[in-house]
Design a protein around this ligand. Sequence first.
Ligand SMILES: *Cc1c(COP(=O)(O)O)cnc(C)c1O
Length: 420
Amino acid sequence: MRLNSKWNRRSFLGSVGAIAGSLLAPRKLFSRPSAAAGTSTQVSGFGQTGNPYEELGVPTVINCEGTMTVLGGSLPHPELEAVMTMAGRHFVNIPDLEVAAGKRIAEMLKLPDGYTALVTSGAAAAIQSGLAGILTGGKEALIRQLPDLTGMKSEVIIQKSHRNPFDHQLRSTGIKLIEVETPDQLRAAVNERSAMMHFSNFANAAGQIKVDEWVKLAKQYNIPCMNDAAADTPPVSHLWDYTNMGYDLVTFSGGKAIRGPQCAGLLIGRKDTVANALLNNSPHEDTLGRSQKVGKEEILGMVKALELFLAEDHEALAKEWQARLEGISREITKVPGVTTSFFVPDIANHVPHMSITWDASRISVTPQQASKLLRNSKPSIVIGGGEGRPGLAMCSFMLQSGEDKIVAEQLSRVLREHAV
Ligand SMILES: *Cc1c(COP(=O)(O)O)cnc(C)c1O
């Protein structure tokens, strides 16, 4: 599988199977109250300690990597947990709920006329359902038939540099990906089988055709156009920038920086296409998307998460995240030979990051070794290299209160222990 920079930033972690393999004693530092926030429900048996992860013997980790699905994405706001608990107290017609939630989300995001949203089980599900909707339209026979594309269009055009593991969700519909690099190649690739043009937002810089030009060309060729912007908030304006640009479908992950339900995402798009995506999705049976069930809890949770996300003071948050990094920097640069610098990735985890490097002649541990030692420390800290930079890199926006101090202490300790 071809890897681009976006995926390389995860490389120190590898499969993260290593985390599961590090058998550490449970820690009590950050036990949280039971998930049923706002209720006084007493839990007996499993969950009675307030930390069911510890009860199962799976160590929780301090997350310096950002919103990684493999680490659990993000942690929900207590008000979100409260609304999801309320969701579980009633029965409701799910398709009706989806349509009403989509309408509310469209209003909150001030989407252009003719656009709505669908809560899916994640951005990956939104990619598959969105394309399925384009392929089948509202035709029941075609919906049942997928991924057999007989009688449907069968190709999706994508820039070569935009290929990534999530295009599996496109391929799962049965389509063939047609790779192009230049506008001329794109023109040559367009034919009567072209169902959609796909854009991977994080790869904007890597491709020759940029995000605004891609959608213009799609309009010129009259082909529906999707942008996968799964991890690309903040900035919050990305939630409407791409529909304003003219994209027919845009996908977001709910469980990343939006801090929505872990198993939720958004398909934002033109009403007819979104309606057809829902027909290809759970709760509708004999559909490709039936395996991507989204529950009443996730649907209401996504509405609440967006409300909370939109109301947040994003500038103040960015300042707080930067201040946390600077606090860690002050501690670790006391170790002779250690240098830090700050950066914000252009896209995806677009939040303050800190690069940590050291003079190899004064500190003998490699970044990979340091990362492993921290992962095996108590508490376990997940920090990797990243964004093509040497040394270690971290962000602080998924740290919980007090964890920045632990990171500073443990990192200083590991580096000091290897002073030459
Ligand atoms: C995380 C991610 C996805 C998948 O999002 P889920 O909400 O986990 O399904 C898709 N595309 C990109 C680029 C991502 O970063």
